[in-house]
Write a protein that binds this ligand. Structure first.
Ligand code: P6P
Length: 338
């Protein structure tokens, strides 16, 4: 029997890396694990039950909400509230942050920000999707409702972050600042088993992930980078491959394992980029830095950006260190005309 180390055992084992660990973060991570199993079960039935498709409403982003978006949002909120470690949640599917009002929750010390089901428009075509989460210690005093300040913290103050990828297998990948670790779900046992301990992204790669349909309005530096990949790259690094799934978690996960870069620059439709700083870019930035990579808005380290709004968007370049630095160099060499 191989040495099966479950996510639960690993979290407890690693909590001792935390000075004064009281098990609260471990319990919080356990609630995310539970919600991931519940959402995974529904996603795997999508198409058989009436849980795909749109609900006919839009989220604060103006994006059509899918039935599974709302299902995932509800399940993660319920699981987080039940474990009494979280005083409030901000979500892509909620216009405002949600305060948990039970007394135990008001006394909790963490807040969670999440994209409960990223890439959900892909569900109807059976493409993998994901959940992304980001965890902070609250700033406001215990016993009171959380404030905007609790949710608008820069990414470098995260205490944990991770994603669930509902793909050919379901995996949960997380960090608490001591490396990044991947767990594969075994449905026959109902547990996440350690499958990728201390994941590291190659310093360089030959995969670039970008929606080239937006090419015409890309910043000049991004156009130059794409041309570099297609024509100018030194022989030792060719051939580059363009791989774009349209699901951040999936593109990120493949690039993490193989090396590569994901780019979502400013476009005509999204002058500030499409991805949201707080619950997409910051958690992925924490993970990639822990794996030896970089995450930038093209000029600044993502985790140093001071948030101003819950759903603010930023240009996002994330992946192998050498590739992110190359994009930054092209953007510096070809600055946008103001
Ligand atoms: P586009 C999904 O909506 C998402 O937020 C990411 O998961 C994905 O990488 C991106 O948007 C896809 O956006 O504009 O290329 O369809």
């Amino acid at each position: 029997m191989p040495d099966i180390r479950t996510l639960g055992e690993f979290i407890v084992e690693k909590q001792n890396d935390f000075p004064h660990a009281s098990g609260e973060l471990s319990s919080l991570l356990g609630s995310i694990k539970l919600a991931a199993k519940i959402v995974n079960r529904e996603i795997n039935k999508a198409g058989l039950v009436d849980i795909t498709g749109a609900v006919g409403s839009e989220n604060v982003q103006g994006e059509e909400q899918q039935k599974l978006d709302l299902y995932a949002n509800d399940k993660f909120k319920a699981a987080l509230e039940a474990r009494d470690q979280v005083c409030g949640v901000a979500s892509e599917e909620e216009d405002e942050a949600v305060a948990f009002n039970k007394e135990l929750n008001r006394n909790a010390k963490y807040v969670v920000l999440m994209d409960p089901l990223d890439g959900s428009s892909n569900i109807d075509v059976n493409v993998s999707v994901g959940t992304i989460f980001s965890i902070y210690r609250r700033i406001s005093p215990k016993g009171t409702p959380p404030t905007q300040e609790d949710f608008l913290q820069p990414g470098h103050r995260q205490v944990a972050a991770g994603y669930v990828i509902y793909g050919s297998s379901t995996m949960l990948v997380y960090t608490t600042g001591n490396g990044i670790h991947g767990f594969t779900y075994d449905p026959s046992l109902g547990v996440f088993c350690l499958s990728h301990e201390n994941m590291r992204i190659p310093e360089n790669g030959s995969i670039y992930s970008i929606n080239e349909g937006n090419y015409i309005r890309f910043p000049e530096g991004v156009k130059k980078y794409i041309k570099y990949c297609q024509e100018d790259a030194p022989e030792d690094n060719r051939p580059y491959t363009s791989r774009y799934i349209g699901s951040l978690v999936s593109d990120f996960h493949r690039n993490l394992l193989k090396g590569g870069i994901y780019l979502y620059p400013s476009t005509a439709a999204h002058p500030n980029g499409k991805l949201r700083l707080l619950y997409e870019c910051n958690p992925m930035a924490f993970l990639i830095e822990q794996a030896g990579g970089l995450a930038s808005d093209g000029e600044n380290r993502i985790m140093d950006i001071k948030p101003t709004e819950l759903h603010q968007r930023v240009p996002f370049f994330v992946g192998s260190t050498k590739m992110v630095r190359q994009v930054e160099d092209f953007l510096k060499e070809y600055p946008e005309q103001q």
